[in-house]
Design a protein around this ligand. Structure first.
Ligand code: XIL
Length: 380
């Protein structure tokens, strides 16, 4: 990146930082070869150059992730792609996209003979136009967003036939364009065993293996993930569910099922989250099975953090930083996806009440959390 562009960018970061009560230290810290003299604490601070060393810092999270060979993604809703701020930020900062809802069964296949591919196609095209990879989400997730035509009134054979047809059509359409799929989402119950959903009730626990097999047939080159929440850490935080997910994927592998990895959703609050060291231990034991691991839906709620907004944003920055810094060092860890990127559009507001869980504020300005992730990516 040329020096002028960096300094312009740093100034933008400073202004955004001041606006959120944050400072330039992260911008300066992340680049050992540039010295930005004093930490800006007022809007009158100007950034002056003090070095002629070549710059080694990153223009964007995407650039920093590319250097590491890491996929850095965001969940996307196609209706916002027409907002230039949304589209430009997305293309600049990420190299990986996940349709937030557009590939789920209900939205994409609302009636037995009706498919609605336009939103998913739009995301796939955006990704291809901007050299980004796509993770398809979520092929089988019977907890929500299933259409009413897939019901427990169906016979076992009928449900199996419908599942085969759905998977072959959906995954077949995006063959070669989707890098990885979340094949089965949230199959493990919070209380123990399998969640008692439609597929489990009708097909038994074998539905998980069947789904992986069908997706593999439809696209033999795609990476196939099992995805779940509260399965992030080996000790303490929701340990039991984490263990059950581990047992499930180990068994799938032992049975020759084509599964390639596990997604840790990482929907957390800054007052309630797993210890980074325990997440690292989980990644390590999954990688020891030969599996890849990704953080698949990260967001960090802050509404329960005590204090004024700047304090809460600082706590959020630290949580993002500490978790990502540890995970990306692990072998087999390939991607971090955030469940959105701007606080203007987050499912958290809708489902859990107004919050600011993501990396950019509602005006698409980078928050402290952004710099926390940036620092983690550049190893600081
Ligand atoms: C959420 C979407 O963000 C919402 O828009 C939708 O109303 C419900 O689903 N775990 C998942 C995601 O795997 O698919 C969910 O996405 C969030 C929780």
């Amino acid at each position: 990146m040329d020096r002028r562009r960096f300094l312009k960018y740093a100034s933008v970061g400073a202004i955004a930082g001041v606006a959120t009560g944050y400072c330039l230290r992260d911008v300066a810290d992340r680049c050992a070869s540039i010295q930005i003299p004093t930490i800006a604490t007022t809007t009158t601070q100007t950034v002056t150059e003090t070095t002629t060393e070549p710059l080694s810092c990153s223009a964007s999270l995407r650039a920093a992730a590319d250097v590491r060979g890491l996929l850095l993604g965001a969940a996307v809703a196609p209706e916002y792609l027409h907002d230039a701020r949304y589209a430009n930020t997305l293309a600049r900062e990420f190299n990986f996209l996940t349709p937030e809802n557009a590939m789920k069964w209900g939205p994409v296949h609302p009636a037995p003979d009706r498919w609605y591919f336009d939103p998913a196609d739009e995301i796939a095209k955006f990704a291809s136009d901007h050299q980004m990879k796509v993770k398809g989400h979520a092929v089988i997730w019977d907890k929500m967003q299933m259409p009413s035509w897939v019901t427990s009134q169906m016979s076992t054979d009928e449900l199996r036939r419908v599942m085969q047809e759905h998977i072959h059509t959906l995954v077949g359409r995006y063959r070669g364009r989707v890098y990885a799929w979340d094949v089965v989402n949230e199959a493990v119950d919070d209380a123990g065993g399998f969640r008692k959903g439609l597929f489990f009730e009708k097909l038994g626990e074998g539905y998980v293996a069947e789904a992986f097999q069908l997706v593999h047939e439809a696209d033999p080159d795609a990476l196939l993930f099992y995805n779940d929440y509260n399965a992030e850490a080996t000790t303490g935080w929701r340990k039991d569910k984490c263990d059950r997910v581990y047992v499930l994927v180990k068994k799938l592998l032992a049975n020759g099922v084509p599964i390639h990895g596990v997604g840790l959703q990482m929907h957390i609050s800054a007052t309630d989250y797993p210890k980074p060291v325990d997440v690292a231990a989980n990644i390590r034991r999954l990688a020891a099975l030969g599996l890849k691991v990704n953080i698949s839906e990260m967001d960090v709620q802050i509404k329960d953090v005590p204090g004024e907004l700047p304090k809460r944003l600082e706590v959020q920055r630290q949580v993002y930083h500490d978790l990502i810094a540890v995970c990306i060092k692990e072998q087999g860890f390939i991607a971090v996806t955030f469940w959105g990127f701007t606080d203007a559009h987050s499912w958290i507001d809708e489902w859990f009440g107004q919050d600011d869980p993501l990396l950019f504020d509602e005006n698409y300005q980078p928050k402290p959390a952004y710099w926390g992730v940036m620092n983690a990516l550049v190893g600081r």
